[in-house]
Design a protein around this ligand. Structure first.
Ligand SMILES: [Zn+2]
Ligand SMILES: [Zn+2]
Length: 320
C-alpha cells in the first residue's frame, strides 16, 4: 500500500537518492509486510515524490494522496496514472506515441489517403501498402495500411480508431502506425465502441495471499519443459503459456520463508485457492505480445470458464 504526504519531520531519507527528505516536502510512503521466521514484519519506506516519479511509477499511480500538492505535481501524477492504471490497451491519442515497436490503440482524423503501392520485402516477396496522412492533437502523422487492409477506403475528416496498431519510428523522426493483419481499424466508431475499447482493465494486485513485496502474477511463456504445474503436478511444456504466482515458500531446513513463485497451467489457474484473483491480476497486466501469440488459448479459456468476471475481463482484452 502506498501514500503521498507532506513529510512530518526531516528524519527519513529517500530510498532512491539516499538524501534527507525535508520536513513539509511531498514524499511517497510504501508500506509492506512480509513474513520472517513465522512472524509478520511491517516495513515503511520513504521516497522523495520527485524521485518516485521516475522509479516508482506504479506505486505513485496507486498511492492514496494525503497532501495538498502543487498543481505541477498533480499534473505529473495524472500523467503517471494514465500510464499505469491501465494495461496499456487504452493508450489512445496519437500524440502520446513515444515508443516504437509496440502495439497501441490510436485515435486520429484522416487528412489524405494515398494510392496503393507494391513494396518488396526483405525476403524478395511483394506486398501492398497504403499510406494515410492523419492528424491528432494537431500533430500530423502517417499510418500505413498493409496487405488486405489497403482496400479500406477513407475520406478526409473520417475519424479512425486503430486497435493494436504497431508503432514504428518513421524517416521523418515521427512515430507512424502500421495497420497490419494483427491490427484493426474502426472508421467513425460509435461512442459505445470507443468506450468499450478504452475501457481496458485497470492494473490489479490482489491482497488475498502473502507474497514478496513488489511482485505480481504474470503470464509467462515456458522457456523449458522443467516446471511442473503446482495443481496437477504435470509438466508445463516448453513454449506453453503458463501463469506464475509469486508466494513465500517455506524452507524446512532454514525454518524460514523465502521469496518464490509457482507455475500453473493456464487451464488450472482457476483451481488455485486464489484462482479468480490470480487470473484477474494476470489479465490486468497482459501484454499485447501474449494476446497476439496466444489469442486462441485465451479465447478457449474465456469460452470454458464459468466465472463471469473472468469472462468479462478476457472479453475486454480480446477486443477483436
Ligand atoms: Zn530522493
Ligand atoms: Zn496443471
Amino acid at each position: 500500500m502506498s501514500f503521498i504526504e507532506m513529510a512530518k519531520s526531516s528524519r527519513a531519507s529517500c530510498r532512491i537518492c539516499k538524501l534527507k527528505i525535508e520536513k513539509l516536502t511531498p514524499r511517497l510512503g510504501i508500506k509492506s509486510s512480509f513474513e520472517m521466521r513465522g512472524r509478520i514484519v511491517e516495513s515503511l519506506r520513504w521516497h522523495h515524490l520527485e524521485c518516485s516519479f521516475e522509479k516508482l511509477g506504479e506505486e505513485v499511480a496507486n498511492a492514496e494522496i494525503q497532501a495538498d500538492l502543487s498543481a505541477e505535481d498533480i499534473k505529473k501524477i495524472d500523467r503517471i496514472k494514465s500510464k499505469f492504471l491501465s494495461s496499456g490497451l487504452d493508450a489512445i491519442g496519437i500524440s502520446d506515441l513515444t515508443e516504437h515497436g509496440v502495439r497501441k490503440n490510436v485515435k486520429a482524423t484522416v487528412l489524405k489517403q494515398m494510392r496503393v503501392r507494391e513494396i518488396e520485402t526483405d525476403s524478395g516477396k511483394t506486398t501492398k501498402a497504403r499510406t494515410v496522412y492523419v492528424e491528432s492533437d494537431k500533430i500530423r502523422r502517417k499510418i500505413v495500411l498493409w496487405s488486405n487492409q489497403v482496400e479500406i477506403e477513407l475520406k478526409p475528416e473520417d475519424q479512425l480508431l486503430i486497435i493494436r496498431g504497431l508503432t514504428e519510428l518513421g524517416s521523418d523522426d515521427k512515430i507512424l502506425v502500421n495497420v497490419d493483419e494483427n491490427a484493426k481499424i474502426l472508421i467513425n466508431p460509435s461512442d459505445e465502441q470507443t468506450k468499450k475499447i478504452t475501457k481496458a482493465p485497470k492494473i490489479f494486485t490482489s491482497d488475498q495471499w502473502k507474497r514478496p513485496s513488489g511482485t505480481h502474477v504474470k503470464f509467462e511463456i515456458a522457456k523449458t519443459s522443467r516446471a511442473k504445474c503446482f495443481l496437477c503436478g504435470d509438466k508445463i511444456l516448453k513454449s506453453e503459456l503458463k501463469i506464475v504466482k509469486p508466494v513465500w515458500i517455506e524452507n524446512e531446513m532454514a525454518k524460514r520463508h523465502v521469496p518464490g513463485s509457482y507455475s500453473l497451467h493456464l487451464k488450472h489457474a482457476l483451481d488455485d485457492e486464489d484462482g479468480a484473483e490470480v487470473l484477474k491480476e494476470a489479465i490486468s497486466r497482459i501484454s499485447h505480445d501474449i494476446i497476439d501469440d496466444f489469442g486462441s488459448e485465451l479465447i478457449d479459456l474465456r469460452d470454458s470458464t464459468e466465472n463471469s468476471k473472468i469472462k468479462k475481463l478476457l472479453d475486454e482484452v480480446l477486443i477483436n
